[in-house]
Ligand binder design. Structure first.
Ligand code: MN
Length: 334
């Protein structure tokens, strides 16, 4: 069975070296997130891990600090360099990789222009955005041109978590033993809460209403939202009925797709399946931070119909990202 994985990361250490290390540290990034060798390698070793796990195609995105830490003048050139590098990697291994663009988020118009170049000229599938930029979520009015361009291009935006702002780190996460503060602020809890808040802000601000064609993807089995949709409607509907045309849950179900990245257990999957449904769930690993073989074993063992398994494995991704047409990869018939 063809298996496409959406939230799969790489780095380009030489390009990352163009970003001031002091700025990286000031933003709260640790010196290393680990897995540096695997992140920097897009070739035989990665392909062997994909083959061993049965992953046909990875949609690649830049991991860690990037052009979003550069000033508005410097960001676009570095983002272009990342995307040109990624285009070369995709072209070197036909059918095995696709790309989400890296955007110069401190320059919203430049980000919109780079998204358009990446989609139209490089054949990329959309873009991946790491959390907040200078304390701003995508509902900030400065990002309206980017949201409008993404919708016009029919290019999904993958909302990935990032490092929380300093004030949030201090108030919510500091003061725990060892690495516990960092872990609680990031993959242990904070990242998931942050990305759910990001989606909810896009709904509650009216941004999704203004950009009805915008498609969002979030990882980690929906970042807790499947368990919260009914609660959101019960809490928000009195307020949102004054200014939105849909309930919060309907806006999310209309415009958000979710992936399995790093979440390979049944309870959150069942919550996702019974809220978003099999048409809105896409397979992902979060390579190299999660294990590809664990992910595909989970996919193969899910108590769902063969038709739903094919949708989650590749059908939804092929349709949403127009993969078969942009990469030349042949969708499997099984
Ligand atoms: Mn990730």
């Amino acid at each position: 069975m063809r298996i496409v994985a959406l939230e799969e990361h790489f780095t380009a250490p030489d390009l990352a070296g163009r970003i001031d290390r002091a700025a990286v540290a000031a933003r709260g990034w640790p010196a290393s997130m680990g897995h540096e060798d695997e992140l920097a390698e897009v070739g035989d070793r990665r392909l062997a891990a994909m083959d061993a796990a049965g992953v046909t195609q990875q949609v690649l995105s830049v991991s860690g600090p990037g052009a979003d830490l550069l000033d508005p003048q410097a960001g676009p050139a570095v983002a272009r360099a990342y995307n040109n590098r990624l285009k070369g990697l995709v072209d070197s291994h036909p059918g095995r990789f696709a790309g989400f663009a890296h955007l110069p988020m401190t320059n919203p118009e430049g980000a919109a222009d780079e998204l358009e170049r990446a989609v139209r000229e490089l054949g990329f599938c959309g873009a991946l955005i790491n959390g907040l930029t200078d304390g701003r979520f995508l509902d900030d009015p400065t990002y309206a041109p980017l949201l409008a361009r993404a919708a016009a291009l029919d290019a999904p935006l993958y909302l990935h978590p990032g490092i929380p702002p300093e004030a949030v780190r201090k108030a919510y996460y500091d003061g725990l033993p060892g690495a516990a503060s960092f872990l609680l602020s990031s993959p242990g809890w904070g990242w998931h809460a942050e990305t759910a808040v990001h989606v909810l802000r896009l709904v509650l601000s009216g941004a999704l209403e203004r950009h009805r064609g915008l498609k969002l993807i979030i990882g980690h089995m929906g970042e807790g939202l499947p368990a919260m949709l009914a609660r959101c409607d019960s809490v928000f509907t009195h307020e949102t009925s004054q200014y939105l045309g849909r309930t919060v849950s309907q806006a999310i179900l209309d415009q958000v797709w979710i992936t399995t990245s790093g979440f390979f257990s049944l309870p959150p999957f069942l919550a996702a399946l019974t809220t978003f449904g099999a048409d809105r769930i896409l397979f992902s690993v979060d390579y190299p931070f999660s294990d590809s073989a664990e992910g595909t074993r989970f996919l193969e063992g899910l108590p769902i119909s063969p038709a739903d398994r094919r949708k989650i494995a590749h059908g939804n991704a092929d349709a949403l990202l127009k993969l078969a047409s942009t990469t030349g990869a042949q969708p499997s018939s099984t």
